[in-house]
Write a protein that binds this ligand. Structure first.
Ligand code: NAD
Length: 274
Protein backbone atom coordinates (compact mmCIF):
# COMPACT_ATOMS: atom_id res chain seq x y z
CA UNK A 1 0.00 0.00 0.00
CA UNK A 2 2.93 2.41 0.36
CA UNK A 3 2.91 2.75 -3.43
CA UNK A 4 -0.47 4.38 -2.94
CA UNK A 5 1.32 7.40 -1.49
CA UNK A 6 4.45 7.53 -3.55
CA UNK A 7 2.95 6.45 -6.84
CA UNK A 8 6.16 5.27 -8.46
CA UNK A 9 5.71 4.62 -12.16
CA UNK A 10 2.07 5.71 -12.15
CA UNK A 11 0.27 8.25 -14.33
CA UNK A 12 0.13 11.66 -12.54
CA UNK A 13 -3.66 11.92 -12.95
CA UNK A 14 -4.15 8.54 -11.31
CA UNK A 15 -1.84 9.47 -8.44
CA UNK A 16 -3.64 12.80 -7.94
CA UNK A 17 -7.01 11.03 -7.83
CA UNK A 18 -5.73 8.58 -5.23
CA UNK A 19 -4.16 11.35 -3.13
CA UNK A 20 -7.59 12.98 -2.85
CA UNK A 21 -9.41 9.71 -2.22
CA UNK A 22 -10.67 10.96 1.15
CA UNK A 23 -11.01 14.65 0.24
CA UNK A 24 -14.68 14.84 1.20
CA UNK A 25 -14.21 12.94 4.47
CA UNK A 26 -13.89 14.14 8.06
CA UNK A 27 -11.94 11.95 10.49
CA UNK A 28 -11.35 11.94 14.25
CA UNK A 29 -8.28 10.11 15.58
CA UNK A 30 -8.14 9.73 19.37
CA UNK A 31 -4.65 9.47 20.80
CA UNK A 32 -3.51 11.09 17.56
CA UNK A 33 -0.71 13.09 19.19
CA UNK A 34 1.71 10.18 19.29
CA UNK A 35 2.67 6.81 17.84
CA UNK A 36 0.12 4.86 15.78
CA UNK A 37 -2.47 7.64 16.07
CA UNK A 38 -0.08 10.34 14.83
CA UNK A 39 1.01 8.17 11.88
CA UNK A 40 -2.64 7.46 11.07
CA UNK A 41 -3.57 11.16 11.20
CA UNK A 42 -0.74 11.94 8.81
CA UNK A 43 -1.79 9.26 6.30
CA UNK A 44 -5.49 10.22 6.44
CA UNK A 45 -4.55 13.86 5.86
CA UNK A 46 -2.25 12.92 2.97
CA UNK A 47 -5.19 11.06 1.42
CA UNK A 48 -7.23 14.29 1.56
CA UNK A 49 -9.28 13.89 4.74
CA UNK A 50 -9.95 16.70 7.22
CA UNK A 51 -8.41 15.29 10.39
CA UNK A 52 -9.17 16.13 14.01
CA UNK A 53 -6.60 14.86 16.50
CA UNK A 54 -8.28 14.32 19.87
CA UNK A 55 -5.77 13.69 22.62
CA UNK A 56 -5.20 14.38 26.29
CA UNK A 57 -1.68 15.58 25.40
CA UNK A 58 -1.07 18.20 22.72
CA UNK A 59 0.54 17.04 19.49
CA UNK A 60 3.93 18.69 18.96
CA UNK A 61 4.16 18.64 15.18
CA UNK A 62 1.44 16.24 14.12
CA UNK A 63 -1.06 16.38 11.27
CA UNK A 64 -4.62 17.62 11.69
CA UNK A 65 -6.39 20.06 14.00
CA UNK A 66 -5.77 19.37 17.69
CA UNK A 67 -8.67 19.22 20.18
CA UNK A 68 -7.94 18.54 23.85
CA UNK A 69 -9.90 15.44 24.78
CA UNK A 70 -10.12 12.78 27.47
CA UNK A 71 -11.66 9.55 26.15
CA UNK A 72 -12.80 8.54 29.64
CA UNK A 73 -15.06 11.60 30.03
CA UNK A 74 -18.57 11.69 28.62
CA UNK A 75 -18.64 15.52 28.77
CA UNK A 76 -15.37 15.64 26.84
CA UNK A 77 -16.91 13.43 24.13
CA UNK A 78 -19.94 15.73 23.94
CA UNK A 79 -17.72 18.80 23.58
CA UNK A 80 -15.59 17.09 20.91
CA UNK A 81 -18.58 16.10 18.77
CA UNK A 82 -20.24 19.51 19.17
CA UNK A 83 -17.00 21.09 17.96
CA UNK A 84 -16.54 18.73 14.99
CA UNK A 85 -20.15 18.75 13.81
CA UNK A 86 -20.44 22.56 14.21
CA UNK A 87 -17.24 23.20 12.28
CA UNK A 88 -17.17 20.36 9.75
CA UNK A 89 -20.84 19.40 9.54
CA UNK A 90 -20.18 15.68 9.29
CA UNK A 91 -18.12 12.74 10.51
CA UNK A 92 -17.05 9.89 8.19
CA UNK A 93 -14.13 8.20 9.95
CA UNK A 94 -13.68 7.50 13.66
CA UNK A 95 -10.39 5.98 14.81
CA UNK A 96 -10.58 4.92 18.46
CA UNK A 97 -6.86 4.58 19.08
CA UNK A 98 -6.08 6.21 22.47
CA UNK A 99 -4.75 3.68 24.94
CA UNK A 100 -2.25 3.00 27.68
CA UNK A 101 -0.33 -0.08 28.73
CA UNK A 102 -0.66 0.61 32.46
CA UNK A 103 1.02 -1.63 34.98
CA UNK A 104 2.08 -5.15 33.96
CA UNK A 105 0.25 -6.59 37.00
CA UNK A 106 -1.11 -10.13 36.99
CA UNK A 107 -4.28 -11.58 38.56
CA UNK A 108 -2.70 -11.51 42.02
CA UNK A 109 -1.02 -8.11 41.94
CA UNK A 110 -3.41 -5.85 40.01
CA UNK A 111 -5.37 -3.48 42.24
CA UNK A 112 -8.99 -2.60 41.55
CA UNK A 113 -7.95 1.02 40.97
CA UNK A 114 -5.40 0.05 38.31
CA UNK A 115 -7.84 -2.38 36.68
CA UNK A 116 -10.49 0.35 36.47
CA UNK A 117 -8.05 3.00 35.20
CA UNK A 118 -7.00 0.79 32.30
CA UNK A 119 -10.56 -0.29 31.43
CA UNK A 120 -11.67 3.37 31.56
CA UNK A 121 -9.20 4.46 28.86
CA UNK A 122 -8.77 1.34 26.72
CA UNK A 123 -12.28 -0.10 26.82
CA UNK A 124 -14.80 2.50 28.07
CA UNK A 125 -13.08 5.11 25.86
CA UNK A 126 -13.62 2.97 22.76
CA UNK A 127 -17.25 2.28 23.69
CA UNK A 128 -17.93 6.02 24.09
CA UNK A 129 -16.17 6.73 20.80
CA UNK A 130 -18.33 4.17 19.00
CA UNK A 131 -21.52 5.44 20.58
CA UNK A 132 -20.91 9.07 19.64
CA UNK A 133 -19.65 8.13 16.16
CA UNK A 134 -22.71 6.01 15.34
CA UNK A 135 -25.00 8.83 16.45
CA UNK A 136 -23.11 11.42 14.38
CA UNK A 137 -22.68 9.27 11.26
CA UNK A 138 -26.34 8.31 11.35
CA UNK A 139 -27.44 11.94 11.70
CA UNK A 140 -25.23 13.12 8.87
CA UNK A 141 -26.49 10.34 6.60
CA UNK A 142 -28.35 12.84 4.43
CA UNK A 143 -25.16 14.78 3.63
CA UNK A 144 -23.88 15.08 0.08
CA UNK A 145 -21.74 13.20 -0.61
CA UNK A 146 -23.34 10.63 1.66
CA UNK A 147 -21.51 9.65 4.81
CA UNK A 148 -20.03 6.16 4.49
CA UNK A 149 -19.10 5.67 8.08
CA UNK A 150 -16.04 3.72 9.09
CA UNK A 151 -15.11 3.12 12.72
CA UNK A 152 -11.69 1.61 13.36
CA UNK A 153 -10.88 0.46 16.89
CA UNK A 154 -7.29 -0.23 17.89
CA UNK A 155 -7.11 -3.40 19.96
CA UNK A 156 -3.92 -5.51 20.17
CA UNK A 157 -2.75 -9.09 19.81
CA UNK A 158 -3.50 -8.97 23.54
CA UNK A 159 -7.14 -8.82 22.47
CA UNK A 160 -6.78 -12.18 20.69
CA UNK A 161 -4.75 -14.33 23.08
CA UNK A 162 -4.47 -14.40 26.87
CA UNK A 163 -1.50 -13.47 28.98
CA UNK A 164 -0.27 -14.47 32.44
CA UNK A 165 1.14 -10.95 32.71
CA UNK A 166 -0.72 -7.69 32.13
CA UNK A 167 -4.23 -8.92 32.90
CA UNK A 168 -5.99 -5.52 32.89
CA UNK A 169 -4.54 -4.50 29.51
CA UNK A 170 -5.33 -7.92 28.00
CA UNK A 171 -8.93 -7.84 29.23
CA UNK A 172 -9.41 -4.26 27.99
CA UNK A 173 -8.21 -5.20 24.50
CA UNK A 174 -10.37 -8.34 24.41
CA UNK A 175 -13.36 -6.13 25.19
CA UNK A 176 -12.50 -3.91 22.21
CA UNK A 177 -12.52 -6.92 19.89
CA UNK A 178 -16.09 -8.02 20.72
CA UNK A 179 -17.38 -4.49 21.20
CA UNK A 180 -16.28 -3.86 17.61
CA UNK A 181 -18.14 -6.88 16.22
CA UNK A 182 -21.25 -5.93 18.18
CA UNK A 183 -21.23 -2.37 16.80
CA UNK A 184 -20.72 -3.75 13.27
CA UNK A 185 -23.67 -6.11 13.58
CA UNK A 186 -25.91 -3.46 15.16
CA UNK A 187 -25.21 -0.97 12.36
CA UNK A 188 -25.78 -3.61 9.68
CA UNK A 189 -29.04 -4.70 11.33
CA UNK A 190 -30.23 -1.09 11.48
CA UNK A 191 -29.33 -0.50 7.85
CA UNK A 192 -26.84 2.24 8.76
CA UNK A 193 -24.04 2.72 6.24
CA UNK A 194 -21.44 2.36 9.00
CA UNK A 195 -18.72 -0.30 9.13
CA UNK A 196 -16.75 -1.13 12.29
CA UNK A 197 -13.51 -3.12 12.46
CA UNK A 198 -10.69 -3.76 14.92
CA UNK A 199 -6.93 -3.67 14.37
CA UNK A 200 -4.61 -5.96 16.34
CA UNK A 201 -0.99 -4.78 16.29
CA UNK A 202 2.00 -6.70 17.55
CA UNK A 203 4.93 -4.66 18.88
CA UNK A 204 5.08 -1.14 17.43
CA UNK A 205 7.92 1.26 18.21
CA UNK A 206 6.04 4.01 20.07
CA UNK A 207 6.08 5.94 23.33
CA UNK A 208 3.92 3.26 24.93
CA UNK A 209 7.22 1.42 25.49
CA UNK A 210 8.95 4.40 27.16
CA UNK A 211 9.19 2.66 30.55
CA UNK A 212 11.06 -0.23 28.88
CA UNK A 213 13.24 2.08 26.77
CA UNK A 214 14.19 3.97 29.96
CA UNK A 215 15.23 0.73 31.64
CA UNK A 216 17.17 -1.09 28.89
CA UNK A 217 17.64 1.59 26.21
CA UNK A 218 15.67 2.12 23.00
CA UNK A 219 17.75 0.07 20.55
CA UNK A 220 18.29 -2.83 22.94
CA UNK A 221 14.63 -2.93 23.93
CA UNK A 222 13.51 -2.71 20.31
CA UNK A 223 15.79 -5.62 19.34
CA UNK A 224 14.56 -7.66 22.31
CA UNK A 225 10.88 -7.24 21.41
CA UNK A 226 11.55 -7.48 17.68
CA UNK A 227 13.15 -10.90 18.14
CA UNK A 228 9.85 -12.18 19.54
CA UNK A 229 8.16 -11.55 16.20
CA UNK A 230 8.56 -14.18 13.43
CA UNK A 231 9.29 -11.31 11.06
CA UNK A 232 12.25 -10.42 13.34
CA UNK A 233 11.49 -6.78 14.15
CA UNK A 234 8.98 -4.37 15.63
CA UNK A 235 6.65 -2.38 13.37
CA UNK A 236 6.98 1.32 12.67
CA UNK A 237 3.81 3.31 13.48
CA UNK A 238 3.15 4.12 9.82
CA UNK A 239 2.82 0.39 9.03
CA UNK A 240 -0.21 0.32 11.31
CA UNK A 241 -1.45 3.64 9.94
CA UNK A 242 -1.60 2.03 6.49
CA UNK A 243 -3.90 -0.69 7.87
CA UNK A 244 -6.18 1.92 9.43
CA UNK A 245 -6.21 3.89 6.18
CA UNK A 246 -7.38 0.80 4.29
CA UNK A 247 -10.17 0.12 6.79
CA UNK A 248 -11.18 3.81 6.83
CA UNK A 249 -11.48 4.07 3.05
CA UNK A 250 -13.99 2.60 0.60
CA UNK A 251 -11.32 0.11 -0.47
CA UNK A 252 -12.55 -2.04 2.43
CA UNK A 253 -16.24 -1.51 1.63
CA UNK A 254 -17.20 -5.17 2.24
CA UNK A 255 -15.21 -5.45 5.49
CA UNK A 256 -17.13 -5.08 8.74
CA UNK A 257 -16.97 -6.81 12.11
CA UNK A 258 -13.53 -8.06 11.14
CA UNK A 259 -10.29 -8.22 13.09
CA UNK A 260 -7.26 -7.10 11.13
CA UNK A 261 -4.07 -8.59 12.57
CA UNK A 262 -0.79 -6.79 11.86
CA UNK A 263 1.66 -8.52 14.19
CA UNK A 264 4.67 -9.67 12.18
CA UNK A 265 3.36 -13.24 12.45
CA UNK A 266 3.17 -13.58 16.26
CA UNK A 267 -0.31 -15.09 16.35
CA UNK A 268 0.17 -17.18 13.18
CA UNK A 269 1.58 -20.12 15.14
CA UNK A 270 4.75 -21.50 16.66
CA UNK A 271 8.15 -20.86 15.15
CA UNK A 272 10.54 -23.77 14.56
CA UNK A 273 13.66 -21.74 15.33
CA UNK A 274 14.54 -21.42 19.03
P1 NAD B 1 1.41 6.11 22.36
O1 NAD B 1 1.66 6.19 23.81
O2 NAD B 1 2.47 6.57 21.42
O3 NAD B 1 0.06 6.89 21.99
C1 NAD B 1 -1.09 6.81 22.79
C2 NAD B 1 -1.80 8.16 22.75
O4 NAD B 1 -2.99 8.05 23.52
C3 NAD B 1 -0.97 9.29 23.37
O5 NAD B 1 -0.90 10.40 22.49
C4 NAD B 1 -1.72 9.64 24.65
O6 NAD B 1 -1.60 11.00 25.02
C5 NAD B 1 -3.14 9.26 24.26
N1 NAD B 1 -4.02 9.06 25.41
C6 NAD B 1 -3.74 8.36 26.55
N2 NAD B 1 -4.76 8.46 27.41
C7 NAD B 1 -5.71 9.24 26.81
C8 NAD B 1 -6.99 9.70 27.20
N3 NAD B 1 -7.51 9.41 28.39
N4 NAD B 1 -7.69 10.46 26.33
C9 NAD B 1 -7.16 10.80 25.11
N5 NAD B 1 -5.95 10.40 24.71
C10 NAD B 1 -5.23 9.63 25.55
O7 NAD B 1 1.05 4.59 22.08
P2 NAD B 1 0.70 3.76 20.75
O8 NAD B 1 1.55 2.58 20.77
O9 NAD B 1 0.66 4.63 19.56
O10 NAD B 1 -0.77 3.28 21.13
C11 NAD B 1 -1.91 3.50 20.33
C12 NAD B 1 -2.88 2.34 20.51
O11 NAD B 1 -2.28 1.16 19.97
C13 NAD B 1 -3.20 2.03 21.97
O12 NAD B 1 -4.58 1.71 22.09
C14 NAD B 1 -2.36 0.79 22.26
O13 NAD B 1 -2.88 0.00 23.29
C15 NAD B 1 -2.41 0.11 20.90
N6 NAD B 1 -1.35 -0.88 20.68
C16 NAD B 1 -0.04 -0.49 20.65
C17 NAD B 1 0.94 -1.45 20.45
C18 NAD B 1 2.41 -1.11 20.42
O14 NAD B 1 3.23 -2.04 20.38
N7 NAD B 1 2.80 0.15 20.39
C19 NAD B 1 0.58 -2.79 20.27
C20 NAD B 1 -0.76 -3.14 20.31
C21 NAD B 1 -1.72 -2.17 20.50
Amino acid sequence: MSGFFFGYGRAPAMVAAEMSELSDRVAIVTGGASGIGAATAKLLQAAGATVIVADINEAKDGAGRFVAHDVTSESSWQALFTDVLDREGRLDIMVNNAGISGSPGNVETTTVEEWQRIQAINSDGVFLGCRHAVEAMKRTGSRKPAVKGSIVNISSIAGLIGSAGPIAYTASKGAVRLLTKSVALYCAEKGYDIRCNSVHPGGVDTAIFNPLWQTVGHEQGKAFIGARHPIGRMAEPTELGEVVLFLASDRSSFVTGAEFVADGGITAGLMRRA
